[in-house]
Design a binder for this molecule. Structure first.
Ligand SMILES: C[S@@+](CC[C@H](N)C(=O)[O-])C[C@H]1O[C@@H](n2cnc3c(N)ncnc32)[C@H](O)[C@@H]1O
Length: 345
């Protein structure tokens, strides 16, 4: 095999095995491997892990060794036996309760997104999301499908907030938002981004607007409402009156919807917006030619299998914002997962 052929073959195997790596990560999170090792007073051998997790000795040993190879765990030998502990990566990002934990997003990816991705070829053929095949439920009302049970709603809200603990401040700092004292975070979910907003701009107030079931759950399970600068408002942003504000945030909202629904939402929001105000769209931006970055393209396919929408280029966001009346559209890449587009009324 020539060296080019060898590289191509290696790349092919890496792509083909990618799903196995994801599944190792999801399974270890699901089983609680990282919490167990975080709580243990010393590194544990695989028999101790399997007996405390109630998992099979054979499966547990294989999973732990693979986690070591993926740098999620570290192994040492004590008394002739391998013992396992979390790596820095696992302690920081995988243990429940760590301030930077991404565990809930991983659980959501493993239990929900992955099941829809199983039907990617059908999604491409049909051009629509795969809730009917993945979960046997209709998906005409997108968020009725996404929130098909109270557990699913909570799992979605928990998963979505993880990224804002890490990247909320940087995406909100892409533009100076201090001229906007009253901000409305439309589709603001648990209020995690609202928290990042008041901590970066201590003088602003944020209204989190979302559908009633989400607001109810935000108040029951999350703590944003405890901050007096944050309030919650129930409603349907396609139909109900929108609170007046200086700035509307749409974070990971437009990517859920068709162009026609985005235009409808942006027109409503323009009418409600105070003169001199604006809208801040937070999304992962595609390159101008629509063929990169890879992560954003994968997110766009994720929108195909799970929603009605897609990720968009800066020009595509301009084409949605301008007809609604917004001007001075500026796009800023943050270097992180999500970027920012600010437009003014
Ligand atoms: C993909 S999530 C993004 C949540 C949050 N902005 C974030 O970035 O973490 C979309 C949000 O829009 C809300 N949503 C969907 N349809 C809505 C509607 N018709 N009216 C109000 N909120 C809606 C959902 O409940 C959800 O919280």
């Amino acid at each position: 095999m020539c060296s080019q052929e060898g590289d191509d073959y290696r790349l092919l195997k890496e792509y083909a095995n990618g799903f196995m790596v994801s599944q190792v990560l999801f399974a270890a999170c699901e089983l609680g491997v990282f919490e167990l090792l975080a709580e243990a007073l010393e590194p544990l051998d695989s028999a101790a892990v399997s007996s405390r997790l109630g998992s099979s000795p054979r499966g547990t040993e294989l999973l732990l060794d693979t986690c070591v190879s993926l740098k999620l765990l570290q192994a040492a030998v004590r008394g002739g036996k391998a013992v396992y502990a979390n790596t820095e990566l696992a302690s920081t990002y995988l243990v429940r309760g760590s301030p930077r934990s991404q565990r809930d997003m991983l659980l959501y990816s493993g239990r929900t997104a992955y099941v829809c991705w199983r039907h990617l070829a059908e999604a491409v053929r049909e051009g629509r999301n795969q809730y009917p095949k993945a979960f046997g439920i209709p998906s005409e009302e997108l968020f009725s499908a996404i929130y098909r049970s109270e557990d699913e709603r909570l799992r979605f809200m928990e998963g979505l907030q993880d990224v804002w603990r890490l990247e909320g401040a940087s995406v909100l700092a892409a533009f100076d938002l201090s001229p906007f004292p009253l901000i409305c975070d439309l589709g603001g979910g648990s209020g995690a981004l609202a928290r990042a907003c008041v901590s970066l701009y201590p003088r602003c107030r944020v209204i989190v607007f979302d559908i009633p079931g989400v607001v109810r759950m935000a108040k029951r399970h999350f703590s944003a409402w405890e901050d007096e600068r944050i309030s919650f408002h129930e409603g349907d942003f396609f139909k109900d009156p929108l609170p007046e504000a200086d700035l509307y945030i749409l974070a990971r909202v437009l990517h859920d919807w068709t162009d026609a629904k985005c235009c409808h939402l942006l027109q409503r929001l323009y009418r409600a917006c105070r003169t001199g105000g604006g809208v801040l769209v937070i999304e992962s931006l595609l390159d101008a030619d629509g063929r990169g970055p890879l992560t954003t393209l994968l997110y766009s396919l994720n929108m195909l299998v799970q929603t009605e929408g897609r990720e968009r280029t800066p020009a595509q966001y301009r084409a949605l914002l301008a007809p609604a009346g917004f001007r001075d559209v500026q796009c800023r890449r943050t270097g992180g997962t999500y970027d920012a587009v600010l437009a003014r009324k």
